[in-house]
Design a protein around this ligand. Structure first.
Ligand SMILES: Nc1nc2c(ncn2[C@@H]2O[C@H](COP(=O)(O)OP(=O)(O)O)[C@@H](O)[C@H]2O)c(=O)[nH]1
Ligand SMILES: [Mg+2]
Length: 146
């Protein structure tokens, strides 16, 4: 079965591509185990974080997931996540730095991590859906039962 993760982040940060990359990676990795082939990802609209009026919708939707992934594009110079946004959820919150294939300078990574830590993310992951980087670690997290 595995865990259900809800992805939250502004439009264009890479949520849908990541969902698909996780599914594809899982499919190829576990191609002989037909039962566990589909990852459980809730891909939320960017509007939910871009407009404060939708925060409630995010919180309501989070009831259906086991953990929340805040997605921050490493090329994005700004963040939409309020300080300690994670505390609004009654679920564990991880931070996902996306598009690390475009992170030529270390500063971009550090900046994205800082935004996610300020938002209250416990653990930070680095991914590139284009280069299938960092996907295994997230799949492992979703596969664990505790
Ligand atoms: N360089 C790079 N671009 C990406 C990556 N993931 C997504 N993108 C691009 O970023 C844009 C927005 O991606 P999308 O998944 O639709 O973002 P969403 O709005 O958060 O669902 C698209 O043009 C994607 O091709 C990645 O890992 N690396
Ligand atoms: Mg999308």
């Amino acid at each position: 079965m595995g865990k259900i993760m809800m992805l939250v982040g502004r439009t264009g940060c890479g949520k849908t591509t990541l969902s698909q990359a996780l599914m594809n990676a899982k499919l190829s990795y576990h191609k002989t185990q037909m039962i566990e082939t589909v990852e459980n990802i809730i891909d939320t609209p960017g509007e939910y974080i871009e407009n404060r009026n939708y925060y409630r919708a995010l919180i309501v939707t989070s009831a259906e997931c086991d953990l929340i992934g805040l997605v921050q594009d490493c090329t994005d110079q700004t963040s939409l996540f309020p300080a300690q946004f994670a505390s609004a959820f009654a679920k564990p919150v991880i931070g996902i730095v996306s598009k690390v294939d475009r992170c030529e300078q270390q500063e971009k990574l550090t900046r994205a991590e800082q935004f996610l830590r300020e938002a209250g993310a416990e653990q930070i992951f680095h991914v590139s859906s284009y280069e299938s980087q960092g996907l295994e670690k997230i799949k492992d997290l979703l596969a664990t039962n505790t």
